[in-house]
Design a protein around this ligand. Structure first.
Ligand SMILES: [Zn+2]
Length: 114
């Protein structure tokens, strides 16, 4: 059994091979019963709870920062027009996704699931 330091963060908890996580997997999921499957060995796994929490926290911080800064600027620049409101919402969603993925990838660890 290789030590935790030597294993890649995205290695399968069953066979140790990289599972090739999609960035989207790192986003907070409402689905608590979600189970991911390793393509190499077919073993089931999911993100660790610490990683899920980091993802959630990162998303909230990213959203708060996006609402505090670029969203306000965009709304002011567009004088409240609908197009700029949509643009602002997209920027906030991007802030959420980027910060969430970043924090989750920093805290990334995988846990075996039955
Ligand atoms: Zn595997």
């Amino acid at each position: 059994m290789p030590s935790a330091e030597l294993r890649a963060k995205d290695s399968c908890p069953h066979c140790g091979r990289p599972v090739g996580l999609s960035r989207w997997t790192l986003l907070p999921s409402r689905d608590n019963k979600r189970i991911l499957t390793c393509k190499a060995c077919g073993g089931h796994f999911d993100l660790s709870n610490a990683c899920k929490m980091a993802s959630m926290l990162g998303g909230m911080v990213g959203m708060a920062v996006a609402v505090a800064f670029p969203f306000g600027w965009i709304i002011r620049a567009g004088h409240g027009s609908k197009l700029f409101l949509i643009l602002g919402a997209i920027v906030v969603a991007c802030g959420f996704c980027v910060a969430s993925m970043t924090l989750a990838s920093l805290a990334l660890s995988l846990e075996a699931r039955p």
